[in-house]
Design a protein around this ligand. Structure first.
Ligand SMILES: [Zn+2]
Length: 277
């Protein structure tokens, strides 16, 4: 018998990643009575400021951006009914190659052992049955996403805990559709970038390598609203333009690779908690 509710912990890099990557599973499992813990590692200070002002541009105040994004994060968690929000508040490292990568206090510059020790405390406190984070490339190479993967895997090793562990991914079969919609809804937002379509196939995995497909279409509206809570970030506007229905069609199934398991649940599976209940 367990002395605590079944628990899902998602470890994300920035405010808004919880919505795009795992909004569906967070909403679905909360609705099923599972305790949901979101750990957000950075303050998101390298995000867009009010009015869409970009980092490094005049009027971009990192502290104000961080404060705004903290409020957006809370609003998103309210929509997704996240039961516990934990923030590590490392400084956003910006995209790979930015000076912010090496700024004091940046997540990227933080020794893995240090971040892992803090996350290990949270693991010991919540004792999650399922842990979700990014793959070793941070899905698309963002330093903070890579670091989130590193501290999560190191923290698990530190605690010796053996939850089911998943890395988020996307099926290659969905990428073409994604590219089409990007052109349709992105064209007057920014110059449609033909290189984008070529970069796309490098992201995600061939369908047969995906172990876990979770249908969250019933929660597409919540996922959309959670993302809408982060409307200050320009890259989210592309999704919001689609409207709930098409957004859910595109983003309604969340996919993962299972990298640690002691339940023996057969693969492919359609439930992160398969074998646990
Ligand atoms: Zn991010």
């Amino acid at each position: 018998m367990v002395d605590r509710p079944l628990t899902l912990m998602a470890v994300h890099a920035h405010p808004d990643d919880e919505a795009t990557g795992t909004g569906g599973v967070l909403a679905r499992y909360a609705a099923e009575g599972i305790r949901t813990v979101l750990v957000t590692c950075t303050d998101g200070a390298c995000g867009d400021g009010p009015g869409g002002v970009k980092p490094g541009e005049p009027g971009h105040d990192p502290a104000a951006v961080a404060a705004m994004r903290r409020e957006e994060l809370q609003a998103s968690c309210d929509v997704l009914k996240v039961t516990h929000l934990e923030t590590l508040d490392y400084a956003d490292s910006g995209m790979m190659g930015w000076a912010a990568n090496d700024a004091p206090g940046s997540f990227w510059r933080t020794p893995v052992e240090e971040g892992a020790a803090r996350l290990a405390e949270l693991l010991r406190h919540y004792r999650p049955d399922v842990v979700v984070t990014y793959d070793e490339n941070g899905f698309y190479g963002h330093p903070d996403h890579i670091q989130a993967n590193r501290i999560t895997m190191a923290a698990l090793e530190l605690t010796g805990m053996t939850p089911k562990v998943y890395w988020t991914t996307a099926p290659r079969s969905a990428m073409q559709r994604f590219g089409e919609l990007m052109r349709e809804f992105g064209s007057d937002w920014e110059e449609a970038d033909p290189a984008e379509a070529e970069v796309m196939p490098e992201i995600g995995l061939p369908d047969e390598e995906i172990t876990t497909w979770v249908d969250t279409t019933e929660f597409g509206g919540q996922k959309f609203d959670a993302l809408a809570a982060h409307a200050s970030q320009g890259e989210n506007i592309f999704f919001l333009r689609m409207g709930k229905e098409r957004f859910t069609e595109l983003m309604g199934v969340e996919t993962f690779v299972r990298v640690q398991d002691t339940t023996g649940a057969a693969l492919p599976e359609n439930d992160l908690f398969a074998g646990l209940r």
